[in-house]
Design a binder for this molecule. Structure first.
Ligand SMILES: Cc1cc2nc3c(=O)[nH]c(=O)nc-3n(C[C@H](O)[C@H](O)[C@H](O)COP(=O)(O)OP(=O)(O)OC[C@H]3O[C@@H](n4cnc5c(N)ncnc54)[C@H](O)[C@@H]3O)c2cc1C
Length: 474
């Protein structure tokens, strides 16, 4: 190694000499990686293949000391710095071109205290890691629907999944965090200590420091949960969605039903002639007694004449992995997202129109149902403000080749534009793409100014800027 030219956070670049880089390397328990070295490509690769960035230097962290050393190094040299947890963010905000990557993905410990019903989670753990450890004791907390997603990024944006109607957003179950702040301090934040930081981290993303430990409240769940799918043809979607919106108003908080419109994957319970045709699927989950769940979900089985269904009691961990085959890393993905308080006739019509014109067989439009317990907190109880949201809608553009980018993105943007009048105007920060920095205000709404003040206190020079950035208050 001779020297490393690396971008600075305020613009321009700096040349690091050999002794500086070797000095950092000597302090680490993990590895320091340069382009071309073993592990470099794994560190820089993220879920969305549209993101292909090459940092100049990577610290693959093995522990809190490595994180602290990396932050101190970044600050001392003024480096453009990104932080990687599970690497799932659609905007690719885990990586930066030509800068410094602090990669936490090797730190995946999840330690469960079954008596206290608390989980201590390292920042590289995935949802699958978490569920595996917590379910060993029949416990869970609300997380997302794809097991390879990182707990860290999901939690820092708010987090929701199958269990959120019963127990709230992921952040509503976050008890405490340990953080390395931009000035290199180790800080604990919870409901009593550094309360402002704890408020900001519950939704404010990676703007305020690097979380080195998350502490979550756990709830009994499963291991068997009633869950599954009911599938109808697209020509029944309008009627099914209208019945669904009524059902949602009467539904218990233990039951969650998401809906997705797409081309049918080759699911074994669907007749082969249905594969590849446009369908609407309802994904069902009941977080209580399966027999109660069976009765609760019964109306969904009669929204029309189903093409097929697959419902039963299965391990919660299996259900948490059920959608993994449709969400594998390595495809090109482009999302647009809105929050909805209800589904208007106009939103339903527009959705069906766009599903009739899918640009690739992997594209889909889904409505992730939350509501329930996630609505029981004030909009200013944490940085995440969207407590009026019943459905988080995501138009998930997904295809294989760059040649498809243009038509796929135009389709997603068209849907977004045409459904905007029916949406709340708010958006889940974790669903924003890299070209949507103008929507950060919509992601934080009335909480933005308070976040900017807290940013000024903990990261006045905006070291943590590769994210949906909250700028320090003037
Ligand atoms: C297939 C798929 C399914 C999804 N399903 C859901 C879902 O059901 N529910 C839901 O709520 N969300 C869901 N999401 C969105 C998900 O919450 C975000 O993509 C989230 O950012 C992923 O976190 P990560 O750690 O994997 O990402 P990363 O890309 O590693 O990080 C995301 C952001 O968080 C920052 N960050 C990461 N770790 C830390 C840390 N320890 N300290 C400070 N900052 C950090 C990063 O710098 C980056 O800005 C899904 C995403 C995908 C791709």
């Amino acid at each position: 190694m001779t020297t490393v030219s690396i971008r600075r956070s305020g613009g321009g670049s700096v040349t690091l000499d050999r002794s500086a880089v070797e000095g950092l390397k000597a302090e680490l328990r993990g590895s320091l990686l340069l382009p071309g070295e073993d592990g470099y490509d794994a560190s820089r690769t993220v879920w969305n293949a549209m993101i292909n960035r090459r940092p100049a230097l990577v610290v693959h962290c093995a522990g809190v000391n490595d994180i602290k050393r990396a932050v101190d190094f970044a600050r001392a040299h003024g480096l453009l710095t990104s932080v990687k947890g599970g690497g799932h963010n659609i905007a690719g905000s885990a990586v930066c071109d030509g800068g410094f990557l602090i990669d936490l993905s090797g730190m995946r410990s999840v330690r469960v205290d079954p008596e206290a019903r608390v989980a201590h989670v390292e920042p590289g753990a995935t949802l699958g890691d978490f569920d595996s450890e917590a379910q060993a004791f029949g416990l869970a907390t609300p997380l997302g629907i794809n097991s390879t997603t990182g707990v860290a990024g999901l939690t820092l944006g708010g987090g929701f999944g199958w269990f959120s109607r019963k127990h709230g957003m992921t952040i509503d179950n976050l008890l405490a965090v340990d953080v390395i702040t931009a000035d290199g301090r180790f800080v604990r934040a919870n409901g009593r200590e550094n309360v402002d930081l704890f408020w900001a981290l519950r939704g404010g993303g990676g703007n305020f420091g690097i979380v080195t430990r998350f502490e979550f409240r756990l709830h009994p769940l499963g291991p068997g949960v009633l869950s599954g799918l009911v599938v109808y043809p697209l020509n029944e979607a309008a009627s099914a969605l209208k019945q669904y919106r009524q059902f949602a108003k009467e539904q218990s908080e233990e039951t969650t039903v998401w809906t997705v419109l797409r081309k049918a994957p080759p699911l074994p319970f669907l007749p082969p002639e249905v594969h590849g045709t446009e369908i609407i699927a309802f994904a069902l989950f009941h977080a209580g007694d399966p027999e109660v769940g069976r009765k609760a979900i019964e109306p969904v089985r009669h929204f029309g004449k189903a093409l097929g269904e697959h419902i039963g009691v299965q391990p919660y961990r299996s259900w948490q992995q059920a959608f993994d085959p449709l969400l594998t890393p390595g495809a090109r993905n482009y999302w647009k997202s809105h929050n909805f308080a209800d589904l208007s006739d106009g939103a339903i019509e527009t959705t069906i129109k766009y599903v009739g014109n899918l640009p690739s067989p992997h594209c889909e439009i889904f409505f992730g149902q939350i509501g329930g317990a996630s609505m029981r907190h004030a909009a200013d109880s944490a940085a995440y403000p969207h407590r009026n949201t019943m459905y988080v809608c995501n138009v998930h553009g997904r295809w294989d080749t760059p040649a498809e980018d243009r038509s796929g993105m135009e389709w997603a943007r068209g849907f977004f534009r045409d459904t905007a009048p029916h949406a709340t105007g708010g958006v889940y920060v974790n669903f924003l793409t890299e070209d949507e920095s103008d929507r950060v205000n919509a992601a934080y709404g009335p909480n933005y100014q308070r976040l900017a003040e807290i940013k000024k206190k903990y990261d006045p020079l905006n070291m943590f800027q590769i994210n949906q950035n909250i700028r320090p208050a003037a």
